[in-house]
Design a protein around this ligand. Structure first.
Ligand code: ZN
Length: 236
């Protein structure tokens, strides 16, 4: 197996910006609602959540392999930090809040992308590609809620894209941090898992259950998580 090598900063920035752009595409699709949209959106959310769990699992595994205690403590810290920040933000209600929640969520994912890219370029690329697909699903959810609140599909796509720019911004910041302080990397890999897990349980799954029922959500979520965890393990 080749030695892990961190991703170049410019490549990470470009790739994660492209992945963020996928959210606009999703928002345009989600903005065109029709009769089955509720259930389809629930499945889209469940697959997005499953991809997050798969990615988080792969990140935690990478962290555990280099420094087990730091990765585990990082995972606990990730849950606590996201819980604290989530609790401090106003409750989602209006469309501005939905976009702000999406930006907050994307920031946590940006940390995961940056930590993976600092660990190894190939693993970082795997996360960027997974999150590009994931951004289409989550962009669709945001697009549907923004257009339901009266926004035009184009405005919804613009807002979805703006909210997702937190991903490349935090990815680059995390890569720079891990370069400056290499001992922080297992913490960041662990924290990625904790943060993603919190968002899945607190945010995505409850929303999915309301839209598509528990069985459908459980099946789509598990399959997406399993496939991504398997591919993520191979990409390390
Ligand atoms: Zn997400």
């Amino acid at each position: 197996m080749p030695r892990p090598e961190p991703a170049p900063l410019a490549a990470l920035l470009l790739a994660s910006l492209l992945a963020a752009g996928a959210a606009a595409l999703g928002a345009l699709l989600g903005g065109r609602r029709h009769a089955v949209a509720g259930r389809v959106l629930g499945w889209a959310g469940a697959s997005a959540a499953g991809m997050m769990l798969g990615v988080g699992y792969a990140s935690l595994t990478a962290g555990l392999a280099s420094a087990p205690l730091a990765a585990l403590l990082g995972a606990a810290a990730g849950v606590c930090v996201v819980r604290l920040l989530d609790g401090a933000s106003p409750d989602a209600g209006g469309d501005r809040d939905a976009a702000a929640a999406s930006a907050f969520h994307s920031a946590a994912e940006g940390v995961a992308i940056g930590a993976a890219a600092a660990f190894d370029a190939r693993f970082g690329l795997f996360l960027v590609v997974t999150f590009a697909v994931h951004n289409v699903s989550e962009g669709a959810l945001l697009g549907a809620s923004l257009t339901a609140a009266g926004r035009s599909p184009r405005a919804a796509a613009g807002l979805a894209l703006a909210a997702r720019t937190a991903q490349p911004a935090l990815a680059v910041a995390t890569l720079l941090l891990a370069r400056a302080v290499p001992a922080a990397l297992p913490w960041l890999l662990g924290a990625s898992f904790g943060a993603l897990l919190y968002l899945i349980v607190a945010e995505l799954l409850p929303q999915g259950y309301r839209q598509a029922g528990r069985t459908g959500i459980a099946v789509v979520f598990s399959v997406a998580a399993g496939v991504v965890a398997l591919l993520g393990g191979r990409a390390q």
